[in-house]
Design a protein around this ligand. Structure first.
Ligand code: SF4
Length: 369
């Protein structure tokens, strides 16, 4: 817990201190920043937007191959707007947070038809697009159009809170307001794209969450957290996430070299992706108990034929999805299976988009039948 040593008042913050921060940061960016990513220096708002959507909740190293695949498949927003939904979801497969993909497609189509293919060019009109918050709007506005908007992402919160010693919680309305105002004050107006890139890169490569490289940091001489031994305490968050575990029991029905899958619908995770038959329960259950669950009783499954095929855990922001996989070979397709499912030959499974968890199961098991 941070001791109340200092509460920064950004309004009164010393102008010289702010200028020093910006000067040091821009000098470091021009001289030492070697972080190279294909979307840096990019000016095409479509490609910047695409990279930002891919990088929401995804590390740059993980997002990079997706960015390259998407820009190769859809070099312009028109290409994406006219693409087939299933094909786009397949390319997205493995990135998770599928709402991002859905919003991305909807936005591409909106820009293509309603805006005649012209990407919006002001902060407000960019932020009005689906799936775009203040951070992404500031990033596109500054990187594509050089507009004076400071980005505030996890890296920026960390650098600013440590350097200036700000202990306002970053997950509060007040925190967001205060840090955004400070980011805009510090911005190098003549090179807003360079400044934004610099502060995010410094946070990603030097002022890291754990073990920041303070000795090689351009801001070390005047960094409040470093001077006061508060590096590990900043930034401050008001609440910890409560993470609940959900238990998914997947039954892969196999019949005549085909498997039964179904598209997920409803207001839940993984919308529009496919999965085998799912029985969710508040606790993990074994085969004997599983066949007795109310939704499965009608199937009249034999517990002894239900083969346990492994377990997989996936962490989402607020949830852990613990999946238990079973296979069940049937002579005749069970009549109780929901009507909206499909029987798909094994070799055609790659035509459908699945959540990462289901893919991990397929990769290990399905092709051995
Ligand atoms: S001196 Fe250390 S804590 Fe301060 S900004 Fe640099 S890396 Fe971060």
């Amino acid at each position: 817990m941070v001791q109340p040593v200092y509460i920064a008042n950004t309004a009164k913050m010393n102008k010289a201190q702010q200028q020093y921060f910006t000067r040091q940061l821009m000098h470091w960016h021009a001289t030492y920043n070697e972080r190279s990513l294909p979307w840096k220096e990019e000016k095409d708002p479509y490609k910047i937007w695409l990279s930002e959507i891919i990088l929401q909740q995804t590390r740059a190293e993980q997002g990079l191959p997706y960015y390259l695949r998407f820009t190769a498949a859809y070099p312009t927003i028109q290409h994406m707007a006219t693409a087939d939904d299933e094909e786009v979801f397949r390319l997205w497969q493995g990135l998770g947070y599928y709402n991002r993909c859905r919003n991305m497609l909807a936005t591409a189509r909106y820009i293509s038809t309603e805006l005649k293919g012209k990407f919006p060019d002001s902060y407000e009109t960019i932020q009005a697009l689906k799936g775009i918050g203040p951070y992404t709007a500031a990033a596109i506005a500054s990187f594509a159009y050089g507009l004076p908007h400071g980005v505030v992402d996890g890296n920026v919160y960390r650098v600013l809170s440590r350097y200036f010693g700000i202990e306002t919680a970053i997950d509060t309305t007040q925190g967001k307001k205060e840090f955004t105002a400070l980011a805009n004050q510090l911005l190098d107006k003549a090179d807003s794209a360079g400044y934004n890139q610099a502060i995010m890169d410094l946070g990603a490569t030097v002022c890291k969450p754990a073990n920041p490289d303070c000795t090689n940091c351009p801001l070390q001489k005047k960094c409040f957290a470093r001077e006061n031994g508060l590096v590990g305490d900043l930034p401050v968050k008001s609440k910890k996430l409560t993470v609940r575990t959900r238990y998914f029991h997947y039954i892969l029905f196999v019949h005549d070299n085909k498997v039964w899958i179904r598209k997920r619908t409803g207001n839940d995770i993984w919308q529009n992706l496919y999965e085998p038959y799912l029985a969710e329960h508040e606790t993990p259950v074994q085969a004997a108990e599983l066949v007795q669950l109310p939704e499965l009783r009608l199937f009249r499954l034999k517990a002894s034929s239900l083969k346990f095929a492994g377990k997989h855990s996936q962490r989402l922001t607020h949830r852990i999805i613990e999946s238990h996989f079973y296979t069940y070979v049937v002579k005749r397709p069970p009549a109780a299976l929901p009507q909206d499912g499909l029987w798909v030959p094994f070799e055609q499974l790659d035509k459908y988009a699945f959540p990462k968890t289901v893919l991990s199961f397929f990769g290990k098991n399905v092709y051995f039948y």
